[in-house]
Ligand binder design. Structure first.
Ligand code: FES
Length: 110
């Protein structure tokens, strides 16, 4: 069993490397991204405007917002290029028995 506070999102086997998948956990949009090394969970709404980051391009440890091209670091949520200047939240991930779980903390509880 994953640690408490983690929500089951999907089986690991359905994730494709470099192809983000969008989920909603208690109203919070989350994008799961499998890279060569790891699975990351990042808030799915760009910090610049209300655009889904899971529709963007993954490159290494970054995802690029499709609207204006800001890239976000999947490890930290940091905005790497303008016009976005604020980070997006990132969430802890656990993989247990082939299932992917994320600890999604709503903004109000952080
Ligand atoms: S909406 Fe994402 S960079 Fe502008």
């Amino acid at each position: 069993m994953p640690s408490s506070g983690y929500t089951y999102l999907c089986e690991f086997g359905v994730l494709e490397e470099g192809v983000p998948r969008r989920f909603e956990v208690e109203g919070v949009p989350v994008s799961l991204v499998l890279t060569e090394k790891q699975v990351f969970a990042i808030h799915d709404t760009c910090s610049h405007s209300a655009v889904s980051l899971s529709e963007g391009e993954v490159d290494g440890c970054t995802v690029e917002c499709w609207l204006h091209g800001s890239r976000f670091d999947l490890r930290t949520g940091e905005a790497l290029d303008p016009p976005a200047s604020r980070p997006v939240p990132v969430y802890a991930v656990q993989i247990e028995d082939g299932g992917v779980y994320a600890r999604v903390v709503p903004r109000s509880e952080r």
